[in-house]
Design a protein around this ligand. Structure first.
Ligand code: FHN
Length: 653
């Protein structure tokens, strides 16, 4: 067994964040989403149903010609942009994102490219112009929500499945020009715009070229603008946008989750199911504790007013933010596992750090147990309270004395100030590119703070005080179980973590002859929920493809395909594959399932690792698209190489 130490590879990604453009956005952490448009006129009701929202045109199957009636009824005479902006600001929100155009195609601004805009309403004023002026006056950042999908424009495709409006003559490229022209208007006529928040990018007709071009247009017109990831089909974009959900763990990178206060984005008069202010405050803390932004929605009425329930919640959140905002603004994800009673955020302040503890569940014994903090704070106090508190140490925990009642029923915040970063006891992470290897593997152990020692053994017993201290990657050349445990001041402060790395034989090559270029592709027509159903069908056509990228003819609904051929493996090694698709897909190599990405879903990436010998190996990808975005991509990498698309020179049949 060879054990040697290699310098830790500094990958490109390890550089500090390179784009200061995002700084204000990370500082902000909290913004207001506004969904407003013609759909506020029916206010969720059509016929005898009252469950609609901003999708009412499609959900209630209202023909465009009928829906157009709402334009002459939209007259928001009570719209007071200054009041809206003040409510957002007083709630502690630092930016506003408003719908300039939702999927119904209606422009809430004065557009020279259509009459389907505000100037055709009795109100005859540009909503966006007024809101931009109010935001500028109050110093709030302003962003535009803009839908790529457009159910009104005659050139947008696809049509809604239920509608009879003819698609003959529709020209999507002409629509994209219209889309780009309106985006250009929005970035030219309203001053500094902080964010372009695109949406409705998921339909099969939209593609990465449109998306990248649109991203580039925004950055060209306003170079400091931030553009969300819905501008494209999973590639371009500055931050991720989960919706109506909060990730269980901190996903890393820049992300913002958007949520409704009740159950609808657009105004629905019947929907009184509003989240409580306590829930909204705790969500804000939870999101910030995972390094994310919270974009909280308001759906104004057709007259131009915020619903009273929204106003009430904004005020209550604002009261909490006045005292506790510093525990949210500009903070980073918790440095430790989330405590059972709440959440944590952290920020560095010069030489010191501040650890903010958001206490949701107040202890009833007067003792707040703060687990796994190994250093002593130089100051501890509740936000909004003058008096400092004195923590006591009990082994791995800090015990904070607290009064019988919390300071806020939703969340009380205690801030611990440390000299330098706090020492946090977290289970050591034993990591390598994969847990299998063909020749050797480099293993790294992350034990957290540099003031801690992580001791380890190889195929040995649990690490003890005399076991070697981890310092540099460990290179293994035979199957080995690595065990690690963190020590502080000579005492073990974490459980033992372990991981086994297995030396395996590479799968032998299966084809020694000469290959023809390309992959054979069998195309299927139909409606499926799983790729497995393709096997029982006869293909409608067979074509050749250079790589696993979808030919234009397959970028549509209700289609499936199997790509079959060989992959040329340059050397015995472990190869990592990432298969992304919308909808389902599977990757097979040497007749074995390597990546299972099956099912009905939007773009999802799943991965697999296989040991392959030098030579040609049978490879097959099965894929299908139901409706909405047709996507397929296969990337691979050998050893530590970054993943890249499988090039046509590596494929044959
Ligand atoms: O279809 C839209 C929906 O109406 C709303 O605008 C949300 C908010 O992010 N986005 C889409 C659904 O994902």
């Amino acid at each position: 067994m060879i054990i040697s130490f290699l310098p830790i590879l500094l990958t490109a990604g390890s550089a500090p964040h390179a784009d200061a453009r995002m700084d204000w956005w990370r500082e902000a952490r909290f913004g207001m989403f506004i969904h407003w448009g013609l759909y506020a006129v029916p206010a969720g009701k059509f016929g005898d149903k009252t469950g609609y929202g901003e999708w009412i045109l499609d959900s209630a199957q209202i023909p465009v010609s009928t829906y157009e009636q709402f334009q002459s009824k939209f007259n928001p005479v009570k719209f007071d942009p200054d009041a809206w902006v003040r409510m957002a600001k007083e709630a502690g929100m630092k930016y506003i994102i408003i719908t300039t155009k939702h999927h119904d195609g209606f422009a809430l601004f004065d557009s020279k490219y259509t009459t389907w805009d505000m100037m055709g309403t009795p109100y005859k004023r540009d909503i966006m112009k007024q809101l931009a002026a109010a935001c500028k006056k109050e110093g709030l950042k302003l962003g535009w929500y803009h839908s790529i999908m457009d159910w009104h424009h005659p050139d947008y495709l696809p049509r809604r499945g239920w509608e009879s409006r003819p698609a003959l003559g529709a020209n999507l490229d002409r629509y994209v020009t219209y889309l780009r022209n309106q985006v250009a208007e929005l970035l030219a006529n309203y001053g500094d715009i902080a964010v372009m928040w695109f949406d409705g990018q998921w339909e099969a007709t939209y593609n990465h070229k449109y998306g990248q071009d649109l991203y580039d247009l925004c950055r060209k017109l306003q170079p400091n603008i931030i553009v969300n990831n819905r501008v494209d089909v999973g590639i371009a974009g500055d931050y991720g946008t989960p919706e109506q959900t909060i990730p269980d763990e901190a996903p890393g990178g820049d992300w913002e989750t958007c949520m409704t206060m009740n159950r609808h984005w657009g105004y629905n008069a019947a929907d009184k199911e509003y989240k409580s202010s306590t829930d909204l405050i705790r969500m804000l803390c939870d999101i910030a504790s995972k390094g994310g932004n919270y974009l909280l929605n308001v759906g104004p009425t057709a007259s131009g007013e915020f619903p009273p329930e929204s106003i009430e919640r904004l005020k209550e959140i604002g009261g909490w933010m006045k005292v506790n905002g510093e525990s949210i603004y500009g903070t980073n994800a918790a440095p430790m596992k989330q405590p059972s009673w709440g959440r944590a955020t952290m920020r560095m302040e010069g030489e010191n750090s501040k650890l903010y503890l958001h206490v949701f569940e107040w202890p009833n014994d007067g003792r707040l147990v703060v687990p796994n903090v190994g250093s002593e704070p130089i100051d501890t106090r509740f936000l909004g309270r003058r008096d400092a508190i004195k923590p006591k140490r009990e082994k791995l925990n800090l015990i904070l004395p607290v009064p019988a009642k919390p300071f806020h029923e939703a969340c009380s915040v205690v801030v611990l100030t440390f000299h330098g970063a706090p020492i946090i006891y977290a289970d050591p992470k034993i990591e390598a590119l994969s847990t299998i290897f063909v020749d050797r593997v480099s293993v790294e152990i992350d034990g957290g703070s540099s003031q801690l020692q992580t001791r380890y053994t190889l195929d040995g017993p649990d690490p003890g005080p005399s076991s070697p201290v981890y310092g540099r990657p460990i290179v293994l050349s035979r199957t080995t179980t690595v065990r690690a445990r963190t020590y502080h001041r000579g005492e073990p402060v974490t459980p033992v973590a372990e991981a086994t790395f297995t030396r395996v034989k590479p799968w032998p090559a299966r084809h020694s002859g000469v290959l023809q270029a390309g992959l054979e592709v069998s195309v299927f027509e139909g409606q499926w929920k799983t790729v497995l159903d393709l096997a029982s069908q006869r293909p409608s056509t067979k074509v050749l493809a250079e790589t696993f990228a979808l030919p234009d003819a397959l970028v549509r609904d209700h289609v499936g395909a199997t790509f079959t051929g060989y992959v040329r493996i340059p050397a015995d090694d472990v190869y990592r594959f990432a298969l992304s698709s919308d909808d389902g897909s599977q990757l097979w190599i040497d007749g074995k399932l390597v990546v299972d990405n099956d099912g009905l879903h939007s773009i999802v990436v799943n991965r697999g690792v296989v040991p392959l010998a030098r030579g040609n190996h049978p490879i097959r990808v099965d894929w299908f698209n139901a409706t909405g975005g047709a996507r397929l991509a296969l990337k691979w990498g050998r050893g530590a190489e970054p993943l890249a698309p499988v090039a046509k020179t590596s494929l044959g049949h």
